[in-house]
Design a binder for this molecule. Structure first.
Ligand SMILES: CCCCCCCCCCCCCCCC(=O)SCCNC(=O)CCNC(=O)[C@H](O)C(C)(C)COP(=O)(O)OP(=O)(O)OC[C@H]1O[C@@H](n2cnc3c(N)ncnc32)[C@H](O)[C@@H]1OP(=O)(O)O
Length: 135
């Protein structure tokens, strides 16, 4: 889906255009694909927060059909932190700046060891990451 995300101050912004590969109903993106974009956008806030964390839950409101082949923008920001709990939100907007979907996510800060459970080497860039991890 060609999602491109960038950090802009304390906000993550990006662009995405859904195509037939993410189709649900004819001409409309599947809600799971929309949720993936929103989850990726809030996850990118972890760079801003300098905190390794994972999605514990994500609630998505689908406000309008997300049309295929129409460029969309996504923006995500942190709304609060309560110990290990990170409260994050993201919105997907169409070319008219109409919100087509929005998400509220709860991330939980984890130690980097959490990611080692996958059995794969972690990226070198992560070695200095995690000063804000719970352990
Ligand atoms: C320097 C450069 C860096 C570059 C950097 C680049 C970025 C690179 C990103 C890498 C990261 C990508 C991440 C992507 C986002 C995923 O896609 S993550 C994948 C999807 N998520 C998962 O796989 C998570 C699976 N779940 C788990 O591992 C565990 O359930 C969790 C979430 C770690 C929680 O387990 P736990 O640590 O044992 O937590 P637990 O003690 O049960 O609960 C702690 C508190 O949270 C609450 N809680 C736990 N789960 C829930 C829930 N689901 N709902 C509500 N409350 C909950 C509990 O009630 C408890 O509350 P309190 O009693 O303290 O008030």
């Amino acid at each position: 889906m060609g999602l491109r995300l960038r950090v802009d101050g304390d906000v993550v912004r990006g662009e995405v255009t859904f195509d037939r590969r993410q189709q649900g109903a004819p001409g409309i993106a599947h809600g799971g694909a929309v949720t993936t974009v929103l989850d990726d956008a809030v996850a990118s806030l972890l760079v801003v927060l300098e905190t390794p964390a994972v999605t514990a839950n994500i609630h998505v409101d689908f406000r309008a059909p997300t049309l295929l082949h129409h460029p969309m923008t996504v923006e995500a920001r942190a709304t609060g932190r309560d110990g290990r709990k990170l409260h994050l939100t993201a919105r997907l907007l169409d070319e008219r700046a109409t919100v087509v979907a929005e998400a509220q996510a709860l991330f939980l800060a984890v130690d980097l060891e959490h990611f080692a459970k996958g059995g794969e080497a972690l990226p070198e860039a992560w070695s200095g990451w995690g000063a804000n991890a719970p352990g």
